[in-house]
Ligand binder design. Sequence first.
Ligand code: PMV
Length: 288
Amino acid sequence: MRDVSASAPGKLMLLGEHAVVYGYPCIVSTVNKRISVTVKKTLNKQAFSDSIYVMTSVRMFIEKYHSGSSFSITTSSDFSPTLGLGSSSAVTVATLKALTAYFDIALSEKEIFDLALKVVRKIHREASGFDVAAAVYGGTIYYKIERPVEKLPERKMPLLVVYSGIKADTSTLVNQVARQKKYNPAKVNNIFSQIGDLVKMACDAYNKFDWSRLGMLFNKNHQLLVELGVSSEKLNALVETAIKSGAYGAKLSGAGGGDCIIVLYKNNQKEKLIKVLTNSGGQILDVL
Ligand code: PMV
C-alpha cells in the first residue's frame, strides 16, 4: 500500500442556518482553506488521532469495509478550528477520502457524503450535514436534508468574512432552538418558514448577481436569527456597523453566539468597511 493524502475545504454558511436542521433549505459555500489528511503504512501500529472526527471516521470506515492493516494518520489544517469554518466536517471528509484511496475502494461523492454524515451524526445527532455537503461537493450549494445537493453557478461575491473573536458553541445553540421549538412551536415554525422562503429568493438573487437584493435578504435573515435568540451583542454590533457604513447587507454565519459575520459590500466600500469593522473589534479573514 502506498502512502496517500487527501484534503477537503472548510465552509461558510451563507443563509438558512438553524432552519436547515428542520428540513428547510440553506445556501453554503466553501472557503479557500483546507484540511489535509495523510494515511501511511506502519508496522504494528493502530491509527491514532486526538480528533474524535478522525477516530470515528476510521472506526466506521473499517467497520463498513472490513479493511484492516496498520497505518498511521496525520492531519494538517490551513485554518484554526476556532473560527467556525467547518473544520470538523472537512477533517471527516478528508479522512474518509484518504482511507478510500489508501485501501483502493472507489466511492462516489454521494457515498462519501453518506458515510461522512453518519460519522458527524454519531458525534452530533442533530447535525443537518450542510457542512459535510460543502466539504464533499465544493463550490456554492443549495442544501436540504435528504435531497440531492444542488450546485449553484460560480459567482464571485463581494463578501467579507469577519470573525467576532468569540467561539460559538453549535450544540448548545441547536439544543436551545429545539427547546424553544418545543415550547413555542408557532413562533419558531413561523421564523423557519420565513427563512425557508428567503433562502429561495436568495438563490435567485445570487444567480442574477443581484447583490443589493441578496444583501437585503442577509439583513432579513439576520433579523430572524435575532428573533430566534441565537445572535449576540457582539454579532449584532458588527452587523449594525456594516449596515450603517453602507454595506448591501450583513448577517451572522453559522450557529450564532459567536464565530463570524458575513458582509456583502458595494464595490467602492471594501476598504472603509475593513477599517470600521476592525475598529469595532472584528477580525477580517482572508478565506475567499
Ligand atoms: O456552527 P456552524 O458554523 O457549524 O453552523 C451550524 C449551523 C446549524 O444550522 C445551526 C446546525 C446544522 O447542523 O445545520
